[in-house]
Design a binder for this molecule. Sequence first.
Ligand SMILES: Cc1cc2nc3c(=O)[nH]c(=O)nc-3n(C[C@H](O)[C@H](O)[C@H](O)COP(=O)(O)OP(=O)(O)OC[C@H]3O[C@@H](n4cnc5c(N)ncnc54)[C@H](O)[C@@H]3O)c2cc1C
Length: 414
Amino acid sequence: MFFYDVAVVGAGPAGMMAAICAGQQKKSVGLFEKGNAPGRKILLSGKGRCNVTNIVSLHVFLTKFGKQGEFLRTAFKKFFNQDLIDFFEAKGLALKIERQGRVFPVTDKAVSILEVLKRYLVESNVKVLYNRRVVTIEKKDRYFKLCVENGEQIEAGKVILACGGESFRFTGSSGDGFAIAKSLGHTIVPLSPGLVPLKTREAWVKELKGLTLKNICFTFKTENKKIVSDIGELLFTHFGISGPLVLDLSSAILALLENDKKALLYIDLKPGLTDIQLDERLLREFRLSGSKNISNVLKDMLPLRLIPVFLNLLNFDTRKKGNQISRQERHLMIHLLKAFPLEIIGALPMEEAMVTCGGISTKEINPQTMESRIVAGLYFAGEIIDASASSGGYNLQQAFSTGYLAGEAAAISV
Ligand SMILES: Cc1cc2nc3c(=O)[nH]c(=O)nc-3n(C[C@H](O)[C@H](O)[C@H](O)COP(=O)(O)OP(=O)(O)OC[C@H]3O[C@@H](n4cnc5c(N)ncnc54)[C@H](O)[C@@H]3O)c2cc1C
């Protein structure tokens, strides 16, 4: 039977960082991964470019995690965004900052991030064991016994669970960690999809698939409540809508949807203009090109593909000339430009969510070390913990920071 000072379960960003930190403390470390390669979610992240962190301040970072922000303070203080940037740059991988403080490798390739992590694993003498799905973990008096699906049994002084969440299951994160933690006495805060595209009642969205609306904002309204977005981008898909604005507010929208049946989302296509300014703009357009078809007149104001849908919703004949539009029709146009409606009927399933909300209750984890408050010697890192954020590099930083803290704390206490 093999014995490791520290056994880490799951070779995602959290598990790799935990294993590297434990290895650097000169402990024997086994990193158990159920798949045949590490970091498969890293390769998908940031559309294959990996938005690895964000340069906003600690204060802003914590607010991105809502109620769980405070729990992460020590982990971020120990190993934060600049530390992560230095970690990659120390191995020759330069990073760059893009809009909204998002950090990416200059190569624009997620695989560059993974390559650096693999180099650190080698240097830290971590034994990485692929095709090893850990199925059970038992706590004995002074050690843990881990059983692998292939029948192998391993003993370890400390265990770090970093099995990820439950979405994009083909990457390996299929919820195993929750079952293992539960068997050891932990509470799992109910799981729900986070950062997930929304489905609309309107079937015509299919025709707009791939169209991005830039500089828009939206208001989501149910009978009793509303959510107003920032200004940003919205993407039409074959089933509904996606894009950063939608993904970031998806959990809040889904929570409201549970209680109210009717839920409409109104897109403000011209958030920078008031109704009066829009009226002036339309009048100017009609004066300049009143003899053109209305669809031609709108070309300067709306994306080309949106125009037929827009006119259809207004019930306008597309051959109508600009100078034939009545005052009342102009006001209908303004209303639609400011509140383009879509009925939201739900979200894509958990499988399609970028993060899993819920997970191991933070009440049962010591924030100073990431050690379980229920089972001494058991640690958690990454998305398995009930602490997820909006998009922007925050979730990967969480995985790296909690992994760092857990790896170091576990190794030091062996
Ligand atoms: C499409 C997509 C894009 C994303 N883009 C970004 C982005 O740009 N920026 C950002 O900050 N976040 C992004 N995220 C979120 C980010 O990828 C995750 O938050 C992060 O990967 C979580 O890291 P983790 O190590 O906790 O879990 P994971 O990355 O899910 O890794 C868990 C690992 O554990 C292994 N495992 C599971 N069970 C077992 C078991 N029983 N035995 C052994 N091994 C096991 C899995 O095979 C997997 O390798 C994205 C997510 C998705 C799905």
